[in-house]
Write a protein that binds this ligand. Structure first.
Ligand code: HEC
Ligand code: HEC
Length: 198
């Protein structure tokens, strides 16, 4: 009897070991099956945030980036003290409220670099979610404010009408807003570290 219980305990322990090993393995491979519905919805949001149309303004450096290859902006354009450029080289000197396709200059109202606290370059899904949620970094926005920003902000909207020769994100704006709502409805669950959704 004793050996039998010992045997069963050993089998149970072994099964636990194997299954925990498997879980770690699949998270390592980025298998999204392990995620909660809220976390899964966030991976759609992260795919958009990581798109060059967004990332080219949401930089962690002193300058904007251009194009899908995210090359440095010409003419040494810089962030400046308030993210609107330096004196004599303000964003609004060239970027108007709408695209100027003949001149090849993109435009939308209030064109500026996103503040450094809203820089997303190099962040995994986990860090992107934490950055969005941090009211000290996100412009003191509540979850409802964030959903509204995604749905209504003209700079966000520009990404889906970026002008001649520029590519919009594969996820539509409606899909982005739906994913934001689903993420929030599920408690704005932050995905585990190590996942990068494209
Ligand atoms: C032309 C530059 C520009 C582009 C393009 C742009 N943004 Fe922004 N973004 C900004 C600026 C500037 C702010 C800060 C405005 C404010 O706080 O009112 C901002 C703020 C935000 C915020 C709120 C702050 C935060 O970190 O939570 C979100 C969310 C956001 N942008 C999402 C996006 C997404 C998604 C895209 C692409 C679909 C995008 N933006 C494209 C410039 C840009
Ligand atoms: C001297 C004119 C000029 C100034 C000043 C200027 N830009 Fe630009 N910007 C351009 C032109 C022209 C393009 C198009 C370049 C191209 O597509 O090769 C461009 C493209 C961009 C893009 C690329 C969009 C994309 O996804 O491809 C971003 C982002 C951008 N500018 C942000 C800014 C910001 C932010 C400022 C102010 C800090 C600024 N620009 C100041 C002329 C200017």
């Amino acid at each position: 009897m004793k050996t039998r219980i010992g045997f069963i305990a050993a089998v149970v322990a072994l099964a636990a070991l194997v299954s925990s090993g498997c879980a770690a393995f699949s998270i390592g491979l980025g298998v999204t099956k392990q995620l909660t519905p809220s976390q899964k919805a966030f991976s759609t949001v992260a795919r958009v945030m990581r798109h060059p149309r967004c990332l080219n303004c949401h930089t962690v450096t002193d300058f904007p980036r251009v194009g899908d290859d995210r090359r440095r902006h010409r003419m040494n354009v810089r962030r400046g003290p308030k993210d609107h450029g330096v004196p004599g080289m303000r964003c609004s000197a060239c970027h108007q409220a709408r695209n100027q396709d003949e001149a090849g200059v993109p435009g939308a109202p209030h064109w500026a670099l996103a503040p450094l606290s809203m820089g997303w370059e190099g962040l995994d899904d986990h860090a992107l979610a934490k950055s969005l949620l941090d009211r000290a970094k996100n412009g003191d926005r509540s979850l409802a404010d964030l959903v509204r920003h995604m749905a209504e902000d003209p700079l966000v909207g520009w990404a889906w009408a970026p002008g001649k020769g520029r590519r919009a994100p594969a996820v539509s704006r409606k899909e982005l807003v739906d994913a934001m709502k689903e993420w929030v409805a599920g408690g704005a669950d932050v995905p585990p570290p190590g996942i990068t959704s494209y």
